[in-house]
Design a protein around this ligand. Sequence first.
Ligand code: ADP
Length: 182
Amino acid sequence: MRELALGSRRIRLATGDITKVPSDAIVNAANSDLAGGGGVDGAIHRAGGPSIMEELDRIRGSGCPTGSAVRTGAGRLPAQHVIHAVGPRWKGGLAQEPELLASAYRASLRLAEEAGAKHVTFPSISTGVYRFPVELAAGVALDAVAAFLKSEARRVEAVTFVLFDEATFAAYEAALERLIPL
Ligand code: ADP
């Protein structure tokens, strides 16, 4: 576990399975069809049960554009809310991928604020099937979360990245070190 204090707010890094970590709002790395999938999305729907997909079926409409997010209940997960965020697929870096990834984090945190969540957990959005290079994604993610906690957060007090493997944890740890002097 690593931690950075920003005034009274905290960014924490942990390893593990995000479906097992209690929080107020768990962020899912969803796709724009909100249709479920593999990776963390599959794990969240399996652990949370069918009520999450039933709710998505009601709100899906034409989907959720890349860089945005929607909120549902959390079913059997140890949280009140799931925030389904759509990160970008990596296309080589010239398709606004960093901006879209930052936008997915900001949109998630805005929904968490609206829901009154104090503790929010994130996976490493876009760095699995979507192939966003993890060293770059870690910097974008931490910059976006730190900026939000400094300027916009009222109710969100802590954000924990729950990272599934050691290589991803190491990339976020290095990016957190770079954030400290800011
Ligand atoms: P994306 O399509 O946005 O790339 P993925 O689910 O494929 O989403 O991967 C995002 C990250 O989530 C990867 O680092 C992957 O290893 C990780 N991951 C997969 N399952 C879990 C889980 N249960 N808890 C936390 N992270 C997970």
